[in-house]
Ligand binder design. Structure first.
Ligand code: HEC
Length: 335
């Protein structure tokens, strides 16, 4: 009897050990297979298709031709399938999805699947970062899209991951990513500490552009306009000024920052920040200047409007912060 019990015990024991070894072997196998999966090596694409895609991409973006996003999208995706190793192509697909999502108010009826753009943008920026980790603009947009996707799907892990990677992207290129990450967080509730952090990011963005500390109570940025011509175009500080890529970057930056200050409850300071966009010589030709003029007039009334989350009104562009308008991207990029 005792012998039988001992025998059974040993048999069970052996089975357990075998099972354990089997699991270890399998997972070890998976571990090695995954660890040694070949990475993607970048390869720039100079094919006719890629060049055509790039041309149509810039035309569509600079003309603000939102309703025709599918044209560059189709060309870029065809080019990507032909060569999935070009970081620029992957990133441009990501930018188009981000644009579709951000300016969705342009659509008469916004379908729920508009949110899928966040997933796709995140995926293509992930590829772009993998192929060119040096371009911190891709890292910033990847982080931003992770936050958007996390927020849509109530995936707190993804939202936090996006935020912390966003901090890394800021370290890599503060003049570009303090704006990008803070802009993404501008739609948080005005009482949310993350919203206040987003406002601080905009102040700090200015400081990083002028290598100085701007007066938070009485900001006068126009003193620094002369830096625009002397800043080297290839330096990080090019993200502080207007350029071929973003012809009204300065106007868009100061419009959004004014909006965020209004939402924070500081319309007085916001008016000074809005004024900067107006004082700059490119203001006259800016396609969105009328909106800015009205924002200066209505700054006080806009505090409550900008804080309210849902404004299903017809005048969405005058009653919401910039990231929720139809010019959330075009405010800076349209010619
Ligand atoms: C406050 C102004 C501003 C806003 C708003 C803005 N951008 Fe930009 N964008 C810039 C600046 C500045 C650059 C960097 C220019 C440079 O690298 O010289 C840039 C770069 C880009 C590029 C060029 C990337 C490349 O490969 O050269 C694209 C595309 C782009 N943004 C798309 C978007 C989209 C889509 C949105 C909306 C989700 C958006 N931007 C919102 C200012 C802005």
């Amino acid at each position: 009897m005792t012998r039988k019990v001992i025998f059974e015990f040993l048999t069970n024991m052996r089975n357990t050990v075998l099972l354990f070894l089997l699991i270890l072997g399998l997972s070890g196998c998976e571990f090695f297979a995954l660890s040694f999966a070949p990475g993607k090596e970048p390869l720039a694409d100079n094919s006719e298709l890629a060049n055509q895609a790039s041309k149509v991409f810039w035309e569509t973006l600079h003309q603000g031709d939102y309703s025709n996003i599918s044209k560059p999208m189709t060309l870029l995706k065809a080019a990507y399938l032909q060569n999935p190793y070009d970081a620029k192509i992957a990133a441009r697909i990501g930018f188009l999805h981000a644009w579709s999502l951000t300016e969705r108010q342009r659509l008469k009826n916004i379908p729920p699947q508009i949110t899928d753009n966040a997933i796709l943008a995140r995926k293509y920026f992930e590829e772009a970062v993998r192929l060119n980790p040096e371009d911190a603009r891709y890292l910033g947009f990847h982080s931003s899209m992770m936050m958007s996707e996390g927020s849509i799907h109530k995936d707190a892990y993804l939202t936090r991951k996006g935020y912390f990677q966003g901090l890394d992207s800021i370290e890599a290129w503060p003049q570009f990513n303090l704006f990008t990450i803070g802009y993404t967080m501008s739609s948080k509730e005005h009482s949310d500490p993350k919203f206040r952090e987003a406002v601080d990011m905009q102040w700090e963005n200015i400081d990083k552009c002028i290598d100085d500390t701007i007066d938070r109570n009485n900001p006068d940025f126009s003193n620094y306009f002369e830096m625009e011509s002397s800043e080297k175009r290839e330096s990080y500080k090019r993200a502080c000024w207007n350029s071929w890529i973003a012809p009204y970057n300065l106007q868009g930056f100061f419009m959004n920052f004014g909006d965020m200050l209004v939402k924070e409850g500081k319309p007085e300071i916001a008016r000074k920040i809005y004024q900067t966009a107006m004082d700059h010589p490119d203001f006259e030709t800016w396609p969105y200047k009328e909106y800015l003029i009205r924002r200066i007039e209505n700054a006080d009334q806009n505090v409550e409007k900008f804080r309210a989350n849902n404004n299903p009104s017809a005048d969405v562009n005058d009653s919401t912060i910039m990231i929720k308008t139809t010019f959330g991207c075009m405010g800076c990029h349209q010619n």
